[in-house]
Design a binder for this molecule. Structure first.
Ligand code: MG
Length: 213
């Protein structure tokens, strides 16, 4: 492809390695929120979260619809972790972002505050032209196809000129359907893609994006 005009990056488990444990810490706080503020019994946490995620895209959307949860209260609580325990400055990521062509945006189901804190902790905030977080789309999450169209309209992005990177295949499907080039970040997936594979291209690290231009 021609050099991309813009990149849409997922944040959690994409800009940092999931093995650092940050997302697991947020996950534990989601469970605590469900128990303490919503009153869901411990034994029901797993299947309730899975049911909300499958039906509504995020646990938050299920909680808003079924329990009247106030979204900012939930987001502040679940993201209230000490980032210094999990993340350090990542100058290598900064050098990569500086070398990639075009504008870079964050496209995340997390909160604006969480995105800003993570980018600042990694030391890469300056490389992003904007953050499209869950608040921006009135708490509609990826993979709702409507928000992908709204995002492209907002940035004036031509689908064929754009790249999206995410660690969840389901989040890439609407982008691919619009015509963006999609990359699945899958650090543990060593298996090559079969011939004729039509899904997202798999990369094991973000540095492989330098080879697409
Ligand atoms: Mg992610």
């Amino acid at each position: 492809m021609k050099p991309p005009e813009y990149f849409l990056f997922d944040l959690d488990n994409t800009l940092y390695d999931r093995r650092c444990g940050l997302f697991a810490a947020v996950d534990a706080r989601i469970n605590r929120y469900l128990e303490e503020f919503v009153g869901i019994p411990t034994a029901e946490l797993d299947w309730r979260r899975r049911a909300y995620w499958q039906a509504h895209g995020t646990t938050l959307n299920g909680l808003m619809i079924h329990h009247g949860v106030e979204p900012l209260h939930y987001l502040d609580y679940v993201h209230d972790v000490d980032l210094s325990l999990y993340l350090a400055a990542d100058p290598e990521l900064g050098r990569l972002l500086a070398r990639l062509p075009g504008k870079k945006y964050i496209f995340s189901n997390a909160s604006r505050k969480h995105c800003r804190r993570v980018l600042e902790r990694l030391g890469v905030a300056e490389f992003f032209a904007g953050c499209f977080t869950i608040e921006y789309f009135s708490f509609r999450p990826k993979p709702d196809p409507a928000i992908y169209r709204e995002l492209l309209a907002e940035i004036g992005g031509r689908p064929a000129a754009g790249v999206m990177v995410d660690d969840l295949p389901v989040n890439l499907e609407p982008a691919a359907a619009l015509g963006l080039t999609t990359f699945l970040l899958a650090p543990e997936a060593a298996a090559p893609q079969p011939a004729g594979f039509s899904g997202p291209r798999r990369i094991s690290q973000l540095a492989e994006l330098l080879e697409i231009g």
